[in-house]
Design a protein around this ligand. Sequence first.
Ligand code: ADP
Ligand code: MG
Length: 737
Amino acid sequence: MQNRTEGIIVCEKCGKENYAYATYCAYCGNSFYKDIYKGLRKRNVFVTLLLFFLPFVILFYIVNYEVSANFEKHIKTSLDYSVEVNARIMKSFLEEREKNLLSINQIEFSDINEIKRKSDTFIQFLKNNEWFDFIAVADTDGEIIFSSIPIKANISNREYFKKALTGELFNSSIFYSDILHRNALVLSAPLFNQSRKIIGVVIVSVNLTKFYSLILDLRMGKTSEIFLVDEQGKFLSPSKLGGEVLKEAGYYQKEPNPHQGEGKVITHRDYRGEKVLCAYRRFSRPNWYLVSEIDIKEALAPVNSLKRIILVIFIIFGTFLFSSAIFFSNQITNLLKSLTSNLKSAFDDISSKKALIDKINVELRNKLKECENLSKKLGASERYIKSIIDSITSAMLAIDKNHFITYYNNFAKNFFKIPDGKKNLNLFEISPLFADEEIKNKIEGVFTNNISFIIEKKTVVIDGNSYILNISGFPVESGEGVHSVALLINDITAYENMRTQMADYEKLSALSQLALGAAHEINNPLLGITSFLEMLIEEEVDIEKKTRAKEVLENAYRISETIRGLLNFARPAPPKFTKVNLNDLINETISFLHHQPLFKKIKFQKNLSDTLPPITADINQIRQVLVNILLNAAQAIEDKGTITVSTSKIKFEDLVEVKISDTGVGIPEENLKRIFEPFFTTKKGKGTGLGLSISLTYIKNHNGNIIISSKVGEGTEVKITLPIRHEGRIASEVIDE
Ligand code: ADP
Ligand code: MG
């Protein structure tokens, strides 16, 4: 049988899995149903026969054990009855015969001779009693003195003589008489004289033919018979089926006589060896058994014939039923077969479809995998694009028709300070900017007319800060028109500021060129003036005039100094590394600056190291750095304040350090990280925002660094570190100016 488990059937021929209830293997064609039908047919026939057999077996049992037992009992009763009746008849017959004998026995004779003389009496007696066929008289010596047929014999040793001589009436069994030369049943009695003395014995023999005719046949079939046997089982009466009187001991020679006891009904094998039903009675005088029997076969013949009839019916019906069971079983099986064949074709159909479905499933699975991979890639690319969009430094927002924000990037989140995780945000909620009529109308225009817009350089104020923004909006379309608007907001404030500052810077640059020219123009005549004044002072004798001239010369020197400073500061020159004494440079720069009006309020404090080594540097660049930083410090001091400049050699390192600290306003935390950015300024129109960025570039050119620390309201400290030797050069190699 195939192994049918949930949902599948495994073919035992090829081991492949099929649908449960498939009729044959879709792979090797092995049929799964042959054995089922075979078994089904067998079972059908078996059950039908069982249903038929059972009542028959019961019927048979009833007939066999109930009917035949009852029948047997009935027969036995009949047999018993027949022996009973016959026994009674015989008994009374013998009693009658004894009575007959007594009638003659009563006659008294004087002596034996009188008996001889009166022999007629006996002959007459024989004539009167037709049941007797012989009569004889013997004397006390046993000599036959008279007999109905002539015999000469002495019977003194015979039992019937001896018994009679004792005065008894004797009834012999049936025996073969050698006197009569035939079978005989003898009765004997004593004969008396007047004085009651036994003078002889009278002997009669019963006519056996007549006696036998008394026995009433049972008249039951052919094998029923009644007969007499003696204790040894010898037949005393002729038997119907061939038992011979006094000759046959029948079967009893092999077996003990079954007819023992007073009487019974038994089953045994008789003289012929046949099994018989038998009833018997014992006579006590003489010791006889009257036996009535019938062959069991015949006795039970009706029952047996009933059994045979049942058997015949059984066979006929059985054959009929068997063939009809096979027939109907076949019909049912065939019906089922045709049903299964229909089912089979249905399942075949399913199987072929299943194969198709399997194929489709495999394809679907592959497609699904592809889809998964695609969606993974898509997710990755979405994340990638999102990260790109998030990394751009413009705010990006998408809104739907109801102005709800459907998307915003990181920049937008920070710019508009959109709180985390807030949903259903309205565009107008996040910033008043969008409430601006122009922007509002443009956005509506995108939705209604599907045209993008750009508003350039829109100046707005957000949280008190002024911004310049480029705002553009694009339609996001689907099949049903514009469903969203993407807004791109570019903060161009810094760029615009830079542009303004660049203009300022251009102006300054031009101014510095002009100043340079002017300085040259001033410097040359000034040289003449100072030389003349020096000469004049030398020659002048008037002390007052001399003093005045000296004052003028002083002022001329100052002018010259200022102009030199200006020239030094503004003169564009390629970097030139020389040995520079930082302390001297600082002194020179401060003396140049402290005449400037900006520095009027400033008190300079100098802590210059005596042991500071000269460094290799471009003196102009370092000077400009110092000027820039000192200018910033002075600008940071609003009222009055101190600028402290200190120099030192850093211990154990090949570096020197210049520290310039002021007592100005300080730099707020958020600005501190931006002050080195080009064009970053807080001086609104008065600054270029380039001072520190240029300074850092110069110092970095020297492999040095600038570190600025500050506290709002306390002041700022600028620390410049510079290597003593510039890369590849040592101080001694440098050509002096
Ligand atoms: P500018 O001086 O033209 O503004 P800078 O590059 O020199 O440009 O300086 C940038 C900004 O750094 C200044 O606008 C100012 O806000 C700040 N700053 C620089 N030095 C100081 C200082 N010593 N004290 C306070 N603020 C300073
Ligand atoms: Mg500056």
